[in-house]
Design a protein around this ligand. Structure first.
Ligand code: ZN
Length: 318
């Protein structure tokens, strides 16, 4: 039977007499509304997996969140593909980490910011809590200090509320809960690192992603490559670190999931040549979270996994 709007009374009577059909119509309407709701879910695009995780923790399922750079991708040197430019242009909200983490995307994001809402969450953090790497330039790897990153959720909540005002209370509440979880995690991480003998609390790794981590949890951090993977490590850098490994008798050095192992291998060769072999302590998650099924799909899981890897590596025989 076709719906005929010109016969409302007749149709109403018909529905009362045929309730099951009325039920079907109701089910159909609910299904249509659900599809409409799907269509109206705001779409946000996060530049990195770390930022996407922050948005998911704050948004729950109210917002569809995509990630520009997937697991294992190094954000420092990443260049947008034409498909990325298209995804960025279509997003209602683009959330970046900021502080020049997305070095090569900076210009594109700035341009995009003239017509789309673009937010850099790390730039909402108090400046006096940031580590300066050069005058006016800050280390972008802020998520490795769980307490510092616990100050980022409000910026995520505000960005989400701007594209979905009716969810503002939900975002604020979820941001508060997430910040509390990060604070508790911060205490746990500090307690775990404290189990490493003090003279072994030295983290040698591929690039300087862990300076906030080191400051927060009491570990001296030395990267071969500097704060960005864009700079080349020279022979002098390698020799300086081999000296450190040999004189401090460090049991392990670490590699990172989003950075080439080449420099860390050079360190191992150098230390072996000096009669002080150094083990590979394991792979740390640095500028990217783990992929699906890795068990490290959230920042909380990544911080726990990294600390366990570091504790196990530095407790090794030497
Ligand atoms: Zn980095």
């Amino acid at each position: 039977m076709a719906f005929d709007g010109s016969k409302p009374v007749w149709f109403g009577v018909w529905c009362v007499r045929h309730r099951w059909i009325g039920g079907l119509v109701a089910v159909g309407l609910v299904a249509c509304q659900a599809r409409a709701a799907d269509r109206t879910v705001p779409r946000a695009l996060a530049t990195t997996t770390v930022v996407a995780d922050l948005l998911r923790q704050v948004a729950g399922d109210r917002v569809a969140i995509d990630t520009l750079m997937g697991p294992g991708i190094d954000p420092h040197g990443y260049k947008a593909t034409p498909r990325d430019a298209d995804r960025l242009a279509r997003a209602e909200l683009v959330v970046a980490s900021g502080l020049h983490l997305e070095g090569k995307l900076g210009e594109l994001l700035a341009k995009l910011g003239r017509r789309t809402r673009v937010v850099a969450v790390a730039e909402s953090l108090p400046r006096d809590r940031l580590l300066e790497v050069a005058p006016g330039l800050h280390d972008p790897h802020v998520w490795f200090d769980a307490r510092l990153w616990s100050l980022a959720p409000p910026a995520a909540a505000a960005a989400l509320a701007a594209v979905d005002p009716s969810g503002a209370d939900t975002y604020r509440e979820r941001a508060r809960d997430y910040a509390s979880r990060l604070e508790r995690l911060d205490d746990e991480l500090r307690a775990r690192v404290a189990t490493i003998p003090p003279d072994r609390r030295v983290l040698v790794t591929a690039h300087d992603a862990f300076r906030y981590f080191g400051r927060a949890y009491g570990i001296e951090v030395v990267g071969v490559q500097g704060t960005s993977t864009e700079s080349e490590a020279g022979i002098a850098d390698i020799n300086r670190l081999v000296d450190l490994i040999v004189t401090r008798k460090l049991p392990a050095v670490f590699v990172e999931t989003s950075v080439s192992d080449r420099n860390v291998q050079a360190l191992q060769e150098g230390a072996r040549a000096r009669g002080q072999p150094v083990a590979l302590g394991g792979r740390l998650y640095s500028d990217s979270l783990g992929g699906p099924g890795s068990g490290a799909e959230t920042l909380e899981a990544v911080l726990e996994a990294n600390v366990e890897t570091i504790v196990a590596g530095l407790a090794g025989e030497r």
